[in-house]
Write a protein that binds this ligand. Structure first.
Ligand code: ACM
Length: 509
C-alpha cells in the first residue's frame, strides 16, 4: 500500500482513486527486460495465481527504457495505463518490487492465494538508491545452507531492494565449495566430527558429524538465481587465518607438523597458513578458481583475525628475507597473491579491515567490521569501504537484552535491536564531505555459529534486515513513522513464510 512501502522510496505522490488490474495482466516492454518480467510473472503466478502476458500495445503496464535514470533508479506510475521507466534491469526489478508492495500482502505469498482482480491506488513514485553496496553476509561455513535456502534468502534480499550477498565459504570449522584442483578441501575439509551445543563457553558438544558443500552445478544455480534478482554474489575465501579446515585437508600448507582435523569448537584457531611458496601459490589458485565459479563477482579475500604466534616461531626466515619487523606484515604476502589473481581476471577485491595492518593494494575495498573507526581510517588511507561495524551490523548478536532471547554469540545484556540498526549512519560523521564518496554502502552480517537452520536465520535476520534495508537505501527518517510501516511490512513477511522475530518478543517463537 502507498503508506507502508519499505524501504521508503524517495518520492511518493498519491494521485487519488484506483485502477483495477486483473489476470491475465498485460505488459509491454523492450526485449532487454524479458528476464525481469519473467521473474515478475513467476512471482505473481506463485503468489496469486495470475498470468502475465506480453502484448505489443494497449498494455495495463508499459515498461520504458529511460537512459537518463541512474543505475538502480526507477519511476513507477500506477494509472491507466501504468508505466515503469528504468535505465537498467536493477531499476526495473526495484520498481516491480515496489509495485508488489502496493498490492496486498498476498502478493508476497509463498503458497498461492488465488485472486482474480485487484484495485491499486493511483500513485507516482520516483526512487533511487543512495548506496550501491546494500549487502548481507551469510556464513555458510559454521552452518551450511543449501542452494534452495540461499536462493530463498536472495529472494528476500531482493524484496528489500538489497544488492549484494557475501558468502563466507570457509572457516576453521568447514570448507564449502568444491574445487577440481583441490579435491581434499571438500572430501576432508567440508566435514567436522562434532558441533558445540549451546554457547561455546558452556563447553558441550553434540558428537554428531556435520558438513556439506556446494558442487560446481550448485554454484551455477546460485549464480543464475542471483542474476534474476539483481543480487550480486560475493564469494569469500578467508585466508591465511581461519584455515584449520584447509590444513586438515592439506597438512603441507601448515607451519607445524602435527596433524589437524577440521575444528569442532567455535573461536579462532591458532593454526594458519605457512608463508611458504606452496601456500602462497595455493591462495592464488583457490582465489582464482573461486572467482572463476562466480563470473563477474567481486571476491572477498578474508584476512581477518589471523593469529601470528606460529609465524613468530616458524617464519623467521621469511621475515628476514623481506626485512619484516612485525609478523603481521606476512599477511601482506597472502593479500598480494590473492589480489593479483583477481586483478588478472579483472575483478575487484575486498578484505576485512585487519588486512590494512600489512601492506595492501589501495584498490582493495575494506569491509570495516571491528568498529566505525576502521571505516574512517580505511577511507582516509584511500580505500573504498563497506561499513559492517559489529556493534550495529552483526545480526548474530542477540535481538534484545532480554535473557530469554535464544542463545546468541553475545551474552545479555549485549544486543543489537532493530531500533539500533535503524540508527546506523552509513557514512560515519568523520567522513562527511569529500571522503563520503569512498563509502560504497553497508553490509549486515549473519555469522552462523548460533544459527543452525533457516527458521533461526529468519529470526535473527528479520526485522533487523528490514530496518537495515531502509538505512542503506538512504531514506531512513523517523523511527516512529518507520515502526508503523514495519508493522504492515511484517504481514508481507508472514505471507512469504518468514519466521521473523516479533517486534516486542523476548523469547524464541
Ligand atoms: C570477523 O567478524 N572476524 C570479520
Amino acid at each position: 500500500m502507498i503508506d507502508d512501502l519499505l524501504p521508503r522510496p524517495r518520492a511518493v505522490v498519491a494521485l487519488g482513486g484506483t485502477v483495477q488490474w486483473a489476470s491475465p495482466l498485460t505488459v509491454s516492454a523492450p526485449a532487454r527486460f524479458d528476464g525481469e518480467l519473467d521473474t515478475f510473472a513467476r512471482d505473481l503466478r506463485r503468489a496469486v495465481g495470475w498470468r502475465v502476458v506480453r502484448v505489443a500495445r494497449g498494455a495495463a503496464l508499459r515498461v520504458d527504457e529511460d537512459a537518463s535514470l541512474a543505475p538502480g533508479a526507477y519511476r513507477l506510475v500506477v494509472d491507466d495505463p501504468s508505466t515503469i521507466a528504468a535505465s537498467d534491469g536493477a531499476g526495473l526489478s526495484h520498481a516491480l518490487t515496489t509495485l508488489r508492495q502496493l498490492a496486498p500482502a498476498s502478493w508476497w505469498s509463498a503458497v498461492t492465494a488465488p485472486a482474480t482482480s485487484q484495485a491499486l491506488a493511483r500513485v507516482r513514485i520516483e526512487d533511487a538508491p543512495r548506496f550501491a553496496w546494500r549487502g548481507v553476509h551469510l556464513d555458510v561455513a559454521r552452518h551450511f545452507f543449501d542452494v534452495d535456502e540461499v536462493c530463498r534468502l536472495i529472494d528476500l534480499l531482493a524484496a528489500h531492494r538489497l544488492s549484494h550477498l557475501h558468502l563466507h565459504l570457509n572457516d576453521d570449522q568447514g570448507w564449502r565449495v568444491a574445487l577440481r584442483a583441490w579435491p581434499r578441501l571438500t572430501e576432508v575439509g567440508a566435514w567436522r566430527a562434532s558441533t558445540p551445543i549451546g554457547h561455546a563457553e558452556d563447553g558441550r558438544d553434540d558428537g554428531v558429524p556435520y558438513g556439506g558443500y556446494y558442487r560446481e552445478a550448485d554454484v551455477a544455480r546460485l549464480v543464475a538465481h542471483a542474476a534474476t534478482r539483481h543480487v550480486t554474489l560475493v564469494p569469500e575465501v578467508d585466508l591465511p587465518g581461519h584455515a584449520q579446515a584447509v590444513l586438515a585437508a592439506y597438512p603441507a600448507l601448515a607451519n607445524v607438523a602435527e596433524p589437524l582435523s577440521v575444528a569442532t569448537r567455535w573461536g579462532i584457531s591458532p593454526h594458519v597458513l605457512a608463508p611458504s611458496p606452496g601456500a602462497l601459490d595455493f591462495v592464488a589458485e583457490v582465489v582464482g578458481a573461486v572467482a572463476d565459479l562466480f563470473p563477474g563477482s567481486p571476491v572477498h579475500v578474508g584476512g581477518d583475525e589471523c593469529p601470528t604466534d606460529e609465524w613468530s616461531e616458524h617464519a623467521r626466515p621469511t621475515m628476514a628475507a623481506h626485512g619484516f619487523t612485525d609478523p603481521r606484515q606476512i599477511q601482506g604476502l597472502f593479500s598480494a597473491r590473492a589480489i593479483a589473481a583477481l586483478r588478472e581476471r579483472g575483478r575487484e577485491a575486498l578484505a576485512w579491515d585487519e588486512a590494512m595492518d600489512a601492506p595492501l593494494d589501495l584498490a582493495t575495498i575494506i569491509v570495516a567490521w571491528r568498529d566505525v573507526g576502521r571505516a574512517v581510517a580505511a577511507a582516509r588511507r584511500g580505500h573504498d569501504v563497506v561499513l559492517a561495524a559489529q556493534q550495529r551490523l552483526y545480526f548474530d548478536w542477540a535481538n534484545s537484552a532480554d535473557p530469554r532471547e535464544p542463545v546468541a554469540i553475545t551474552r545479555p545484556p549485549q544486543c543489537t535491536t532493530w531500533e539500533d540498526v535503524y540508527g546506523v549512519a552509513v557514512v560515519p560523521e568523520a567522513l562527511e564531505g569529500p571522503l563520503a564518496s569512498r563509502v560504497r554502502g553497508a553490509q549486515a552480517q549473519l555469522w552462523t555459529e548460533y544459527i543452525a537452520d533457516v527458521a533461526h536465520l529468519d529470526y535473527m535476520a528479520f526485522p533487523r534486515l528490514a530496518a537495515f534495508a531502509e538505512v542503506v537505501w538512504g531514506t531512513a527518517g523517523s523511527l516512529t513513522e518507520f515502526r508503523a510501516r514495519l508493522v504492515s511490512h511484517l504481514a508481507r513477511l508472514d505471507a512469504a513464510g518468514v519466521s521473523y522475530r516479533p517486534l516486542d518478543a523476548g523469547e524464541a517463537p
